[in-house]
Design a binder for this molecule. Structure first.
Ligand SMILES: [Zn+2]
Length: 244
């Protein structure tokens, strides 16, 4: 079951009050999970960085949320807070690169005032760069004749699009690697390390030796993610992949 309650945010820059909501609990239906930790749950309200509807400056939702008052039904009275998705039309071709630049700018301007927030921004940046290739490479093999006919028809076009995206991805290589290095540092420092996730970050950075070494220390259930990751490291593939 998915439940929300509404909250009031106060812009730290101009003081405007806006409505937003908090997710109390949710059930994931058919969520696609990716090796870099991204979940395509389609759930709104997960953005920690909000944008003021009046002054258009970004702020941290955590810091701007006013204490909850059950008597104040705000949904009808206040305008909603914006977030990154309101700045550009999704599915616009420039959208994915815009996201990369947006998060990178926030990081460079030290918008995060603690390491937890920095990790959040760097994770968003990691996902944004991976989004360039996430949905456009590694097509599944056709499973039956109908899919095969379709696959052949679209193969050439998809191949071209996939090549274009890989080239674009490569232009962000330096930023991507630098971001991962800092993310790994912060992740280890924070403690409570998931070895599979850590090994995957090294794999994406192209450090297959280290990724293999870390994975060899993993002694829990050898699940699907473990087996896929082991194979990706073996064939020296750096790209983000689907878990299902
Ligand atoms: Zn404002």
């Amino acid at each position: 079951m998915t439940t929300f309650h509404s909250v009031v945010l106060k812009c730290p820059q101009c003081g405007t009050l806006m409505s937003d909501f908090e997710l109390m609990s949710y059930t994931v239906h058919h969520a696609t999970s990716w090796s870099d930790g991204k979940n395509d749950t389609g759930m709104p309200g997960m953005q920690r960085v909000k944008i003021c509807a009046v002054c258009h400056l970004p702020f941290w939702k955590d810091d701007a949320t006013l204490p909850y008052d059950p008597d104040w039904d705000v949904a009808d009275e206040l305008g909603g807070a914006l977030d990154i998705r309101d700045l550009l039309e999704p599915f616009d071709d420039g959208w994915q690169e815009f996201k990369i630049q947006y998060y990178n700018k926030l990081i460079e301007e030290n918008f995060a005032d603690d390491e937890d927030k920095e990790m959040y921004l760097r994770t968003q940046l990691l996902w944004a760069v991976n989004d360039l290739i996430r949905y456009h490479t590694g097509f599944r093999k056709p499973k039956n004749l109908r899919q095969l006919t379709d696959w052949v028809k679209r193969h050439k076009k998809r191949r071209q699009e996939s090549d274009r995206r890989l080239k674009l991805f490569e232009t962000y290589e330096q930023l991507f690697t630098k971001n991962l290095e800092r993310l790994i540092f912060l992740y280890i420092k924070k403690g409570d390390v998931d070895l599979i996730y850590l090994a995957d970050m090294y794999r994406e950075k192209g450090d297959f030796k280290k990724a293999k070494m870390i994975l060899s220390k993993y002694e829990e259930d050898k699940n699907k993610m473990f087996r896929k990751l082991k194979r990706k490291i073996l064939i020296k593939s750096r790209f983000v992949f689907r878990l299902d």
